[in-house]
Design a protein around this ligand. Structure first.
Ligand SMILES: Nc1ncnc2c1ncn2[C@@H]1O[C@H](COP(=O)(O)OP(=O)(O)O)[C@@H](O)[C@H]1O
Ligand SMILES: [Mg+2]
Length: 367
């Protein structure tokens, strides 16, 4: 059996650069080397691409600092599968064939459809959602509008173009108070990892929270705060996706912010979540519908709020490239559902290849 060459794409320009390094290192150590060759490709915080094809273990930062510059030419090779990574600068550029890319990039310029578009142009199969699913799942406003249209329960929210309102938050405040009330959550529409998110208890705090979110994005959303348990479900598959057992996140203090997610590890992950069978069934069903509504592919983690006093369930968001270390929620939930970490990696790569084959078989012109 010829080995499949996987380009493991990590790092990136977003605030989740560090998390990505951890996820990629976990994948590299668990991937089945009998089936896959791995070429790690790092993207620096400045957006430069680096590789070291000989790298098999060690610190991924070395690749970012000392790796050879590479780029994807963004053009299709006739075979449709093999695309060269070109070592720039040297005479007689070295071309390396890549069969499939596993992007472990979180947030903007990675999880949002931009990388996916580049890979489509280069005709390279890749793990996870395509351009459309990635882009809509990254925009909390568009995502929630699609959920609402599909009849999926979402917490009430308002979305604003920040530039339009930045000097008029006094006019904005009564709308927030009337439609959402306090406390409310204020978020940049297009980030992740809780960056730029804060809670406002009243008008004064609202203006500060808006200004903070506005530093990160042109669009800001404000959402009713839900006093809730945080439940997450992993989804895997293309046209016929499966849902894992649900897990629960228990932040030790306040909400599940960047600090709790990545810096002090203070949140507890409970797998599986202690829920009644009817609740498990409900979140799994909602997870699959959310995945399909946003036209995701391959994988996604769907996050829910289970309101404490009403037991109402709201879909909070979808992450199309969830944290992927072996102890992250997405793989942990599959492990609890009977799929080991390295088998999950294998399955995702196979799903990427399958989706690509399916797309290749379609006509693209009328001739
Ligand atoms: N409407 C809300 N009610 C209660 N808590 C919220 C609400 N929105 C966000 N949070 C808290 O903030 C965290 C991050 O918000 P989220 O919308 O998931 O953004 P991100 O994409 O950054 O993860 C959530 O995990 C939760 O702890
Ligand atoms: Mg979240």
């Amino acid at each position: 059996m010829t080995k499949i060459t996987v380009g493991l794409l990590f790092g990136g320009k977003s605030g989740e650069h560090e998390v990505s390094l951890q996820s990629a290192a976990s994948i590299l150590s668990a991937i089945d080397r009998a089936r896959y060759n791995v070429i790690p490709i790092g993207i620096t915080k400045e957006g430069l691409w680096r590789t070291d094809p000989g790298f098999l273990e060690g610190d991924f930062r070395e690749i970012l600092q000392q790796g050879a510059p590479v780029f994807l030419p963004g053009e299709s090779t006739p075979s449709g599968q093999l695309i060269q990574l070109e070592a720039a600068g040297s005479r007689g550029r070295r071309r390396t064939s890549i069969d499939v890319v596993f992007p472990v990039l979180h947030g903007p310029f990675g999880e949002d459809g931009t990388i996916q578009g580049l890979l489509d142009l280069s005709n390279i199969p890749y793990v996870g959602a395509g351009v459309l699913g990635s882009a809509v799942a990254m925009d909390k406003d568009v995502m929630k509008r699609l959920f609402q249209q599909a009849g999926l329960p979402t917490a009430p929210f308002l979305a604003f173009q920040w530039d339009h309102w930045r000097n008029r938050t006094r006019e904005l405040e009564p709308q927030v108070a009337a439609k959402l009330g306090y406390p409310c959550f204020v978020k940049p529409a297009n980030l992740g990892s809780s960056i730029g998110i804060s809670q406002a208890e009243g008008a004064e705090e609202l203006s500060e929270a808006l200004a903070l979110a506005g530093e990160f994005d042109e669009k800001v959303i404000v959402e009713r705060a839900v006093d809730a348990r945080e439940i997450e479900v992993s989804v895997l598959g293309n046209t016929d996706p499966q849902a894992s057992l649900p897990g629960e996140i228990i932040p030790r203090s306040g909400f599940y912010d960047y600090q709790a997610k990545y810096l002090d590890d203070s949140a507890e992950l409970v797998v599986p979540a202690p829920l009644r069978p009817d609740q498990v069934k409900r979140v799994q069903e909602l997870a699959l519908r959310s995945f399909q509504t946003l036209e995701c592919q391959g994988m996604a983690r769907v996050d829910f709020f289970l309101e404490r006093n009403t037991e109402d369930i709201y879909v909070n968001e979808i992450n199309t490239i969830p944290g992927f270390t072996s102890i992250s929620m997405y793989p942990k939930l599959w492990q609890a559902s009977g799929l080991a970490y390295s088998d999950l990696i294998d399955r995702l790569i196979q799903l990427a290849l399958e989706r690509h084959r399916r797309r290749q078989s379609r006509r693209i012109d009328g001739g």
